[in-house]
Design a protein. Structure first.
Length: 131
């Protein structure tokens, strides 16, 4: 279901970009730059611990200290899955006042691009010590 939500979000983003005349009606996810972001997000969200990895261990031998280290694969995948924090950060940026329709119009008039980096930069200038 998470994959469906990601794909649906990108479809809605394409529809919004068509509504504000950034993309034409012939543009899709696959012939635009959005496909790489979507595929990257799907790959990141697929990294998680799975129930069929319960008894699988990763071993590492350190010959200098004569030690063998054992990692459970699910714990290793769980640590990697902390990359999901970017979803929360992206939500905070989208819900800020720098990613609304007014900010988009003003940025277009000034020749800027109101994207996530723009919102992050504005928030860091507005509240430098809280970020």
């Amino acid at each position: 279901s998470l994959l469906c939500v990601i794909i649906f979000r990108y479809i809605l983003q394409i529809k919004w970009m068509r509504a504000v005349h950034i993309m034409t009606k012939f543009d899709t996810i696959w012939n635009s730059k959005l496909k790489w972001g979507m595929l990257f997000e799907i790959c990141i969200c697929l990294i998680t611990s799975y129930p069929f990895f319960i008894d699988i261990w990763i071993t590492q031998n350190v010959e200098d200290y004569a030690v063998t280290i054992f990692y459970e694969l699910n714990h290793f995948l769980l640590v990697i899955s902390f990359i999901w924090i970017y979803i929360f950060v992206r939500y905070l940026l989208v819900s800020s006042k720098y990613m609304n329709a007014r900010a988009y119009r003003v940025s277009i008039l000034n020749g800027c691009n109101a994207n996530y980096y723009f919102a992050l930069k504005c928030l860091m200038k507005e509240k430098p010590l809280t970020l």
